[in-house]
Design a protein around this ligand. Structure first.
Ligand code: SF4
Length: 96
């Protein structure tokens, strides 16, 4: 999985502990920063696909990511299906 987006994250120069808060106030602080990050979608997808349990990624808390994964499972979307969709998009983009 491509991780080049990480260097463009708003948090690139921040203390990583900011994104592994121990309380709700810390979660909100991290989410505010993620809210202005231009790679938040890639960040969230990375955390979801790698089943990262801890921290705030892409503006989502651990609980929020668990909910997203649950909704995806319910919808029948697996990581494999998502990867196939991404591959198809890449192939389509390359063909045009
Ligand atoms: S979305 Fe948040 S955690 Fe992810 S790269 Fe951006 S600032 Fe960092």
């Amino acid at each position: 999985m491509d991780t080049s987006w990480m260097e463009h994250g708003r948090c690139a120069d921040e203390n990583p502990s900011l994104f592994f808060p121990s309380d709700g106030v810390g979660v909100l602080r991290a989410q505010r920063m993620c809210g202005t990050c231009r790679v938040s979608e890639q960040c969230l997808e990375y955390a979801l696909r790698n089943k990262i349990d801890h921290g705030v990624w892409g503006g989502c808390s651990e609980r929020e990511r668990r909910r997203i994964l649950k909704r995806r499972r319910a919808a029948g979307l697996t990581a494999t299906a998502e990867s196939a969709a991404d591959s198809n998009q890449l192939l389509t983009a390359e063909a045009s």
